[in-house]
Design a protein around this ligand. Structure first.
Ligand code: AMP
Length: 290
């Protein structure tokens, strides 16, 4: 596995692969890798002839009050995992390689970035769109793989890629969970055993909504109330940033589940902010669901 440190090096490596007729997949990450990241690598390996992973903890997507300085870094272990998964190269730039002195150009995020995470973390998506566009230029791949774990991020990158004619297929991969339902996240390392237990409320609340829908409930406000109750019940989650059911594509609030929808949660367990979501399956064809 080759290690690449500068955008120029990464671009040359990618171009050489493509000149040899290889279909290249890009898997952007911030490291501290887990099975969720590896599922993206696995999808890339299936779709493409060569995979390039990136590890970069992007400072421009963290607010001053957030966890940039203590974000988990496990580089040696990450290399081992990526090499074992058979990736062709890993692009691991230093901050100065991505943001040299004088850097001042940012990508304005699309409409879908303005809600939810965009409200809670005002500068976040500008950092994400900027760094992802830079990674797309450094690694001009055929496809790029993103997890639905960061559902809104996927929608933001999908819209940016469409609006700015990026020419890289954005492929979304399903959420990987622990056997008890907790969505894998690098930030789960911050949780102590009691917080880890309380964190299960997020996936439980999403499952609850799914069950209510299966039982025939279609009113979004009722479903949201139920989701919040499950989140806070018992020794639950105390600070909910949002727990909503919205249009799966635009993330605009819905009154009824009469179109594809997604339930999205952001909540704090102790000091750790966690997000989770579930796409909601409603049989739009059956008269009882209208
Ligand atoms: P991160 O390192 O947290 O920036 O994540 C890098 C990529 O991995 C993003 O596209 C995430 O959505 C994806 N990812 C993180 N956790 C999971 C998970 N549990 N299941 C699937 N994809 C994930």
């Amino acid at each position: 596995m080759k290690t690449l440190s500068t955008p120029d090096e990464a671009r040359q490596f990618t171009r050489a692969l493509r000149a040899n007729g290889k279909r290249v997949g890009l898997v952007p990450t911030m490291g501290a890798l887990h099975a969720g990241h590896l599922s993206l690598v696995d999808q890339s390996q299936r779709h493409c002839d060569a995979t390039i992973a990136t590890i970069f903890v992007n400072p421009t997507q963290f607010a001053a009050t957030e966890d940039l300085s203590c974000y988990p870094r496990t580089l040696e272990q990450d290399y081992e995992m990526l090499a074992a998964a058979g990736v062709a190269a890993v692009f691991v730039p230093q901050n100065e390689a991505m943001y040299p002195p004088g850097f001042s150009t940012y990508v304005e995020p699309p409409e879908v970035a303005r809600t939810l995470e965009g409200n809670c973390r005002p500068e976040h998506f500008r950092g994400v769109t900027t760094v992802v566009m830079k990674l797309f230029h450094a690694v001009p791949a055929d496809c790029a793989f993103f997890g639905k774990k960061d559902y809104q991020q996927w929608k933001v990158i999908q819209a940016m890629s469409r609006d700015l004619d990026v020419g890289i297929d954005v492929i979304a991969c399903e959420i990987i969970r622990e056997p008890d339902g907790l969505a894998l996240s690098s930030r789960n390392r911050y949780l102590d055993p009691s917080e880890r237990h309380r964190a299960l409320r997020l996936s439980a609340a999403l499952k609850d909504v799914e069950q209510a829908i299966a039982a025939g409930e279609r009113d979004a406000a009722t479903l949201q109330d139920r989701m919040r109750q499950t989140l806070v019940s018992g020794d639950g989650v105390h600070q909910i940033d949002y727990a909503v059911i919205v249009n799966a594509d635009t993330l605009v609030p819905l009154a009824n589940l009469d179109r594809p929808a997604v339930a999205l949660i952001a909540a704090r367990v102790g000091q750790t902010r966690l997000i989770d979501n579930k796409e909601l399956c409603v049989d739009l064809g059956s008269p009882s669901s209208r």
